[in-house]
Write a protein that binds this ligand. Structure first.
Ligand code: GCB
Length: 595
C-alpha cells in the first residue's frame, strides 16, 4: 500500500515533503499493531526542561551534559521536574496550563543488545512537533499531533543505560494542520504511549486483512515484511474458520491473497472479532479483526448489505472534568460508554484520530467510527506544503487503523470554504484515500449550504468526490430558523446519502429558564433546539445519520463569555462533570425510537 502511495506522490509533493521535514530525517513508517508485539513500555515519569524561548537546540540540551561541579559552564540541566507520559503538560503543571512552546523530555532506560534482533522506538502521538535524540544522536522528527511514528534504534541502542531526549513543540502556526484558530484545547506533550518494540531481523511490518468491497465471504489480505530476508513465508491463520494460508512474499517483501470463509459478520449489536495470527519461522503477530462490508447504494449506506441509520455523537479526546487529554484505557472506555449510554451505534472522533486503543475498543464495543484528519477551517490550501502534510496525515491514519471493523468512514476535512485551491487539495486527498483503502467510505463535513426561503440546498460541488457527505448545520444556534422546523425542506444536488455531522447549541448545566430565545444558554433552550432539529430531520429524504455536537462540554480557548462559557464550549449533552442535560434525554428518546 505504502509503496503504491509513494509512487502517486507528485513531484511537487516530494519537494514539499523535503521542505516539510526541513531536510532533517523524518520518522519512518511505523509498524502495524504495536500492541500485538514484543514491547517494553517507556511510559511513566520523564524529566523535563521547559524551553519557553526555544533556546534548547542552541544550548545543546540533546547532548545532556551533566553538571559535575558548580563552576561548569552549562546553561541547562534536567532537574527533578517531571511530567507523566502519556499525558499533556497543560494539566500537570499550573504554569503550563496555557503553554504552547517547547518542552525537552528525557527518559533513561536500560537495554541489552541482542544478536539477530532489531529494536524500534514507537510513539503513539506527540503534539505537535517531535524531535527525537538517542544517546546524543538525532534520530529524526515528526510533525502532526494525532498519529504514530517510529525510529529504528538497533544500531544506536547501547548495552546498559540509554539516554532518550525528545523536544516537543506545541506551537500553532499558519501552515500547520490544524492551523491557528481551532475550537479545542491545544494540549501539548507526549500524549500517547511510548514503547520499545523488539522484532526479529526480518519481521512482519504491515498487513491489511479485510472483506473485499461488497462481499460477505471473500477476504482480501496483503502482508509486507521488512528485513534482508524479504522472501519469506508468512502464515495467515484464522483458526475459528479453519484458515491457515501460507503467503510467500516477493523480493520487495510483499504478498497478497484472497480467501473465502463463512464468517459471522461484525455489526454494532454483535461485534464479532476473530483471533488472527500472522507468523513466520521467526515471529508471531496477534490480532483481532472483525469483518463487515460498508457501501453506499443510491441514497443508502449499507452495512453488510443492509441499509443502516447512523445514530452518532461527536466528542474530543478529553476528560473534561479533569481538564486534560484522555490518555488511558479507562479514559477511552468512559468516552465510548457515554456514547453507548446515549443509544449510539456511531461516533465521530471529532476532527482527528483518537488513540489506537480507543479505536480497538470501539471494535469490541460495537461502535462504528467516522475518523478524520485535523484539516479544520483556516487551512492554507494555497500553500504547496499543505497537500503533502495532509496526505501524510491521511496516510498515517489509514496505516494505523485500516484493519478496524469499526472504522467505516475516512473523513478528509471539516468545514472548508469552496475555492479552487481547496477543491484541488481535497480532490487529490479523496483520490489518495481511495487508493490507500478501497474498502471504506470517503467523506468530509461541509458547512456551506444555500438557503432559499425554508429550503436548505446542498450544493458544495466537492460532494462529487465523496461517497457520503456530512453537513454541519447549527439551526437554532448559529443559524436562525427561517420557518417552523417542521416546514423546513432540504434539497441536494447529489444523489448521495447525507450525515448531519454536527448540530446543537450551548447550555450551562443547571441553568433553567424559558425554551425560547429569552432562555438562551439554559437547558430548556438546548432541549427545545434538539426537539426542533429532530423534527427537521424527518424532512430530509437523503439523511442517513446524525451526529450532534457534542457529547461532553469541552475546553476551548475561543469561548470567552465569562458568565456562560468561561473557556468552555457548552454544547455538551453532558456537562464537564458528566451530568445529563435535558437535551440528552431528547436525543436518547429519538435514538431509542429508531431501534
Ligand atoms: C463547528 C466545528 C466544531 C466547533 C463547533 C462549535 O462547526 O466543526 O469544531 O466546536 O462548530 O461549537 O462551534
Amino acid at each position: 500500500m505504502n509503496i503504491r502511495f509513494r509512487l502517486q506522490l507528485s513531484h511537487l509533493n516530494i519537494i514539499a515533503l523535503l521542505v516539510l521535514f526541513n531536510n532533517s530525517v523524518s520518522a519512518q513508517d511505523f509498524m502495524t499493531n504495536p500492541y500485538g508485539r514484543n514491547t517494553a513500555s517507556l511510559n511513566g515519569n520523564w524529566q523535563v526542561v521547559v524551553d519557553w524561548y526555544n533556546r534548547g537546540e542552541h544550548l545543546g540540551i540533546a547532548q545532556d551534559k551533566k553538571i559535575t561541579k558548580p563552576t561548569d559552564f552549562i546553561e541547562y540541566s534536567f532537574s527533578n521536574q517531571t511530567l507523566k507520559v502519556p499525558g499533556d503538560w497543560n494539566s500537570q503543571d499550573p504554569h503550563l496550563f496555557m503553554y504552547e512552546g517547547s518542552v525537552w523530555y528525557k527518559k533513561e532506560f536500560n537495554a541489552t543488545r541482542k544478536e539477530g534482533k532489531r529494536t524500534f522506538l514507537y510513539f503513539g502521538a506527540v503534539n505537535y512537533i517531535a524531535e527525537v535524540y538517542l544517546n546524543g544522536k538525532k534520530l529524526g522528527s515528526h510533525e502532526g499531533g494525532f498519529t504514530p511514528f517510529q525510529f529504528e534504534i538497533t544500531n544506536t541502542l547501547k548495552d546498559g543505560t540509554n539516554n532518550l531526549i525528545v523536544r516537543v513543540n506545541g506551537e500553532r502556526k499558519e501552515d500547520y494542520i490544524p492551523a491557528m484558530n481551532y475550537d479545542w484545547w491545544n494540549y501539548g506533550g507526549i500524549t500517547r504511549d511510548v514503547s520499545l518494540i523488539e522484532t526479529t531481523a526480518t519481521f512482519i511490518e504491515d498487513y491489511f486483512i479485510q472483506l473485499k468491497k461488497g462481499s460477505a465471504t471473500e477476504i482480501e489480505a496483503w502482508v509486507k515484511v521488512n528485513g534482508d530476508g524479504k522472501s519469506k513465508k508468512v502464515t495467515l491463520s484464522i483458526p475459528a474458520v479453519g484458515i491457515n494460508k501460507i503467503l510467500e512474499t516477493d523480493s520487495s517483501g510483499y504478498a497478497k491473497t484472497s480467501l473465502n470463509a463463512s464468517l459471522q459478520l461484525w455489526t454494532p449489536t454483535v461485534p464479532k472479532l476473530y483471533d488472527i495470527t500472522l507468523s513466520t519461522d521467526e515471529e508471531t503477530v496477534k490480532e483481532k479483526i472483525g469483518f463487515r462490508s460498508i457501501e453506499v447504494k443510491g441514497l443508502d449506506i449499507l452495512l453488510n448489505g443492509k441499509p443502516i441509520f447512523l445514530k452518532g455523537v461527536n466528542f474530543h479526546e478529553e476528560i473534561s472534568k479533569d481538564k486534560r487529554r484522555a490518555v488511558s484505557e479507562a479514559d477511552a472506555r468512559q468516552l465510548l460508554q457515554s456514547a453507548k449510554d446515549l443509544g449510539c451505534n456511531f461516533i465521530r472522533t471529532a476532527h482527528y484520530p483518537q488513540s489506537e486503543r480507543l479505536v480497538k475498543m470501539a471494535d469490541e464495543m460495537g461502535l462504528m467510527i467516522w475518523e478524520e484528519i485535523p484539516v479544520w477551517q483556516g487551512i492554507q490550501f494555497g500553500n504547496p506544503i499543505i497537500l503533502a502534510k495532509a496526505e501524510n496525515m491521511l496516510r498515517e491514519m489509514i496505516r494505523r487503523d485500516k484493519n478496524r471493523a469499526s472504522i467505516i468512514i475516512w473523513s478528509i476535512s471539516n468545514e472548508t470554504a469552496p475555492a479552487a485551491d481547496r477543491d484541488r487539495v481535497l480532490t487529490n486527498m479523496a483520490a489518495a484515500c481511495r487508493s490507500l483503502d478501497p474498502t471504506r467510505l470517503v467523506s468530509s463535513a461541509f458547512n456551506h449550504v444555500k438557503m432559499e426561503g425554508n429550503e436548505t440546498i446542498i450544493n458544495d460541488t466537492l460532494a462529487r468526490q465523496l461517497d457520503v457527505f456530512g453537513i454541519n448545520r447549527y439551526m437554532g444556534w448559529y443559524a436562525h430558523w427561517p420557518a417552523k422546523p417542521g416546514t423546513m425542506t432540504f434539497k441536494s444536488d447529489f444523489n448521495k446519502p447525507m450525515i448531519m455531522s454536527e448540530f446543537g447549541g450551548e447550555s450551562k448545566y443547571g441553568n433553567h429558564g424559558s425554551a425560547d430565545s429569552a432562555g438562551l444558554w439554559n437547558e430548556e433552550y438546548q432541549e427545545q433546539l434538539y426537539k426542533d432539529n429532530i423534527m427537521m430531520f424527518k424532512n430530509i429524504p437523503f439523511l442517513r445519520g446524525v451526529c450532534p455536537w457534542v457529547l461532553y462540554d469541552f475546553r476551548s480557548p475561543t469561548r470567552l463569555n465569562a458568565e456562560n462559557q468561561d473557556g468552555w464550549n457548552r454544547k455538551g449533552l453532558l456537562s464537564d462533570k458528566g451530568d445529563k442535560k435535558k437535551a440528552w434525554y431528547v436525543l436518547k428518546a429519538f435514538y431509542d425510537s429508531l431501534k
